[in-house]
Ligand binder design. Structure first.
Ligand SMILES: Cc1cc2nc3c(=O)[nH]c(=O)nc-3n(C[C@H](O)[C@H](O)[C@H](O)COP(=O)(O)OP(=O)(O)OC[C@H]3O[C@@H](n4cnc5c(N)ncnc54)[C@H](O)[C@@H]3O)c2cc1C
Length: 410
C-alpha cells in the first residue's frame, strides 16, 4: 500500500482526534500548531465534577492529547504556521517555525526558568503533563528578546535547554490531504458595556475556568476574598445583532451552569444568579443536571444592559425585569461574562493561503457533506466551521478523518 501523509492544521481537540484516527490507519500525520502548546482552548478547562461527573467533556481532551503525543505516526510541530502552499498532485506546504528557545530534547520541566524569570508572563507554563516542554518563552514579554537585558533563565537552566538566541526556521512539508482544525477565537467583551478590563471583578468564563483549574475555588481578583454573590451573563457576543454575531455559541449555557454547580459544591455560601436568553444544552444527562442546578442557582431571563462600579469593587448590574417591565439594579461581588465563539483569527491568513472559502459568518464553509470544503483535498474538523462542544469536535475530527480516508482511496 502507498504510504500517505496528512497535514493537520491546529492541535485543538478536533485536530488531535482527526490525527489519532488517521494514525491508527497507519497514515503519517504532521500537526502544525500556531501556539506554543498543543490542546487548543479545551485543554485549559477544569473538570466540573461535583459528587458525580457532569459530562462537561474536559477530561476527554487530556485523554486525546495523551494518545497523540505517544503515537509513533504523529509529529506535532508547535509554534508553527503555514507560510505558503502549492497544490499539484499533492500539497507542498512551506512552514514557518518560531525560534525554539527551549529545547524539548533537553528540558526536564523542572520549572527553574519559570521561577527565576523576573518579568511577568515572559516564561509561560503549559496546562498539561502531556505538553513537553511544559514551558515556553514569550516573544512579547521576554526582556532578552526586547533589548537583550536579561539571560537569567538561560543561565539558571541546569540542563542547558534554554537558547535565547535561537532563530525561526522554514521547512517544507508534503501531504496528500489537509485537515483545517484551527478552531475559534473567544469573543472580546471589551466592546460591551460591562466594564471588562476596567473593573477588576468582571471576568470571562474562560478566566473563571483558569481560576478554578489553578486554585480549585473562586476568589475575587480585587482582593482574593471568596465572593458572596456571582452573576453570570450569558450570550456575550452570541445571538447579538450589534456585533453581527447572530449565531448561538451552543456551549456557553451548559458550561456556565456546570461551573456554577462546581462553585456551589465547593463554596455553598455563594449566591449565584444566571442571566440568560434561552438555556441551550449539551452533553449526556443534561436534563437531570438542569433539574438539580435550577434549585441552586437563581435564573433570570434577561440580558443586562450596563454594569456600573459600586463601593468596595462591587458591581451594579442593570436589567429589564420581564414581569414588571421595569429596569432593576442589583449589586454583585463578581460578574462572569459568558463570551461566545467567533471565527478563528489564526485561521484568516491560513484559509487565504489554502484558498478555502468562508461562509458569511466568517467560519469556514463546508459543502453539504460535513468536513468537506470548497477545495479538493482540504477538510475541516471542529469549531473552525462553527461553534461546537468538545464531544462534537471529537466526532467532527473522526468524520474528517473518514472523509480523508475516502479521498485517499483507503
Ligand atoms: C467559554 C467557553 C467554554 C466552553 N466550555 C466547554 C465545555 O465545558 N464543554 C464542552 O464540551 N465544550 C466547551 N466549549 C467548547 C470547546 O472549547 C470547543 O468545543 C473546542 O475547543 C473546539 O475544539 P477545536 O479543536 O475545534 O478548536 P480550538 O480548541 O480552538 O483549537 C484550535 C487550535 O488551532 C490552533 N490554530 C489556530 N490558528 C492556527 C493556524 N493558523 N495554524 C496553526 N494552528 C492554529 C489554535 O492555537 C488551537 O490550538 C467551550 C467554549 C467556550 C468559548
Amino acid at each position: 500500500m502507498i504510504a500517505n501523509k496528512v497535514l493537520v492544521v491546529g492541535a485543538g481537540v478536533a485536530g488531535l482526534s482527526a490525527a489519532s484516527e488517521l494514525a491508527d490507519f497507519d497514515i503519517d500525520v504532521d500537526i502544525v500548531e500556531l501556539s506554543d502548546f498543543p490542546g487548543g482552548h479545551a485543554i485549559q478547562y477544569t473538570c466540573k465534577a461535583t459528587d458525580q461527573c457532569v459530562k462537561c467533556g474536559a477530561c476527554m481532551v487530556e485523554e486525546k492529547l495523551g494518545q497523540v503525543v505517544k503515537h509513533p505516526k504523529i509529529n506535532i510541530l508547535t509554534g508553527t504556521q503555514i507560510k505558503d502552499a502549492m497544490k499539484s498532485e499533492n500539497f507542498s506546504v512551506t512552514l514557518l517555525k518560531k525560534p525554539l528557545f527551549i529545547d524539548p530534547e533537553k528540558c526536564s520541566s523542572c520549572g527553574i526558568c519559570f521561577e527565576k524569570c523576573p518579568e511577568n508572563n515572559a516564561v509561560i507554563k503549559g496546562n498539561s503533563k502531556n505538553q513537553t516542554p511544559f514551558y515556553a518563552i514569550s516573544d512579547e514579554t521576554c526582556l532578552y528578546l526586547k533589548d537583550q537585558s536579561c539571560t537569567i533563565c538561560q543561565e539558571a537552566c541546569p540542563e542547558g535547554a534554554v537558547h535565547l538566541d535561537a532563530r525561526e526556521t522554514t521547512t517544507t512539508a508534503h501531504a496528500d490531504a489537509v485537515i483545517l482544525s484551527t478552531g475559534f477565537t473567544p469573543f472580546n467583551p471589551a466592546e460591551k458595556p460591562y466594564g471588562y478590563n476596567r473593573f477588576k471583578n468582571v471576568i470571562t468564563n474562560l478566566g473563571m475556568e483558569k481560576i478554578l483549574r489553578e486554585a480549585g475555588r473562586i476568589r475575587l481578583p480585587s482582593n482574593g476574598d471568596a465572593p458572596k454573590s456571582i452573576a453570570f451573563i450569558q450570550c456575550v457576543g452570541s445571538r447579538d445583532a450589534k456585533s453581527n454575531h447572530l449565531w448561538c455559541s451552543k456551549v456557553c449555557c451548559g458550561s456556565a451552569l456546570r461551573m456554577a454547580g462546581l462553585v456551589k459544591a465547593r463554596q455553598p455560601e455563594t449566591q449565584i444568579t444566571f442571566f440568560y436568553m434561552d438555556v441551550q444544552t449539551f452533553g449526556r444527562d443534561f436534563d437531570e443536571f438542569y433539574a438539580k442546578i435550577r434549585k441552586e442557582v437563581r435564573l433570570i431571563r434577561a440580558i443586562p444592559g450596563d454594569i456600573y462600579p459600586a463601593a468596595d469593587d462591587r458591581l451594579r448590574v442593570t436589567f429589564l425585569d420581564n414581569a414588571s417591565s421595569e429596569t432593576l439594579q442589583e449589586e454583585f461581588d463578581l460578574v462572569v461574562l459568558s463570551v461566545g465563539m467567533t471565527p478563528s483569527q489564526g485561521m484568516q491568513k491560513t484559509a487565504g493561503i489554502l484558498k478555502v472559502q468562508r461562509a458569511e459568518t466568517g467560519f469556514v464553509k463546508q459543502t453539504d457533506k460535513g468536513g468537506v470544503t470548497s477545495e479538493k483535498g482540504i477538510f475541516t474538523a471542529g469549531a473552525v466551521s462553527g461553534p461546537m462542544s468538545i464531544p462534537e469536535s471529537i466526532a467532527s475530527g473522526g468524520a474528517a478523518a473518514f472523509e480523508v480516508l475516502k479521498y485517499l482511496g483507503r
